[in-house]
Design a protein around this ligand. Structure first.
Ligand code: HEM
Length: 333
């Protein structure tokens, strides 16, 4: 069904991760105020003066994230057209799922853009020290992970065969299945605590001069909060490792890759603390965290039978309803 566009599915996911890393680069280089408090246009580009480095970084991030929003919209169009072409009653389970996940991915991408806009418009960027900023950063990271989850589901649905029976289709809700619940919750918590730790590091190392000497109470508390990240990360790593090892029979390659990624991320996390979070290592750590989450979602969706997930049950019910409806129409005609 998605003969041509399915080849773009994996590059699309890679591009989304690239844009996420771009956001971390903006934060880590303190470039979030590169356009002042203007959004979506960048007033600093319109003054006629040569733009500063921070302005270029912020503008490029807006450009790449704008393209990501257009890309998410394009998937909605592609999947809606595919469903319409095959007729709602006849559309395969893979097409219907791809359409649903594309709509969710687009909604989440729009929310991601709005959170980014909120950070800029409320001036929660550069050297801003406040708990409000920490909450926004945590929400941004949480939305990023949920956005990645939906895009993974979309990619798997696009690559599924239209002839696949419903039970064989990847189902997004697999990560909320009873046995995956603990690693899912701990990974999300680790991401959120990581975002707060990253903010603490950024502020600490950007304010080693006058601001830190001012003994800012909020800054002190944000820096102290960083301790929760290694704690949640180690709990999440243990939970994911145990969960993955139990999936060795069903998907040995995925399970081993997931365990290796978790181990790499712990090593890079420790190096981050040791070396005081240099920029490159921050980006490597975030890339590994995204990869861990993506692989976790893929493993869950591949190893849980869709039949055991609530989504499959509700889809089966609506398929039955559609069949009854068309049977009724035929009888009535
Ligand atoms: C499965 C394991 C882990 C995951 C999924 C994870 C995830 C994350 C995430 C998502 C961030 C935010 C990055 C950003 O917004 O730029 C982060 C930051 C951070 N993490 Fe982890 N982490 C893990 C393990 C660890 C461990 C074990 C340590 C230390 C012992 C650690 C130390 C740090 C530090 C210092 C930061 C802030 C600096 C930065 O931006 O990279 N992490 N982590």
């Amino acid at each position: 069904m998605f003969a041509r566009s399915r080849h773009l599915a994996v590059p699309w996911l890679v591009y989304v991760v690239f844009v996420i890393l771009g956001g971390a680069y903006v934060r880590a280089t303190g470039s979030g105020a590169g356009c002042g408090d203007s959004w979506p246009l960048c007033d600093a580009m319109l003054t006629g003066a040569a733009p500063a480095r921070a302005t270029w970084i912020e503008v490029l991030h807006r450009l790449f994230s704008g393209l990501a929003w257009v890309g998410a919209l394009a998937w909605v169009v592609v999947t809606l057209r595919a469903a319409r072409k095959s007729g709602v009653a006849k559309a395969s389970g893979a097409v219907l799922r791809a359409r649903r996940y594309a709509l969710w991915a687009f909604a989440l991408m729009s929310l991601e853009a709005l959170i980014g806009a909120g950070l800029v418009l409320l001036e929660l960027v550069a050297t801003n020290i406040s708990f409000a900023r920490a909450y926004w950063m945590a929400a941004h990271l949480l939305n990023t992970f949920i956005l990645l989850w939906m895009n993974v589901a979309l990619v798997l649905a696009l690559r599924a065969s239209p002839d696949d029976p419903r039970e064989a289709l990847p189902c997004a809700r697999a990560i909320w299945a009873r046995r995956a619940l603990v690693p899912t919750a701990l990974l999300l918590l680790t991401g959120v605590s990581g975002a707060v730790a990253a903010l603490g590091d950024t502020l600490l190392f950007a304010n080693t001069g006058s601001t830190l000497q001012a003994q800012d109470v909020v800054l002190g508390q944000l820096i102290a909060l960083r301790i929760w990240h290694p704690v949640t990360a180690l709990l999440a790593s243990a939970a994911v490792t145990i969960w993955a090892l139990r999936r060795l029979d069903a998907a040995p390659g995925l399970a081993l890759a997931l365990v290796s990624l978790v181990a790499c991320n712990i090593a890079v996390g420790v190096a981050n603390v040791w070396l005081r979070a240099p920029l490159t290592l921050q980006l490597v750590h975030l890339a590994l965290a995204d990869a861990t989450w993506i692989l976790f979602c893929i493993t869950a969706m591949r190893t849980y039978s869709a039949a055991s997930a609530p989504e499959a049950a509700s889809e089966a019910r609506s398929a039955l309803d559609r069949t009854r409806l068309s049977a009724g129409q035929v009888a009535g005609a």
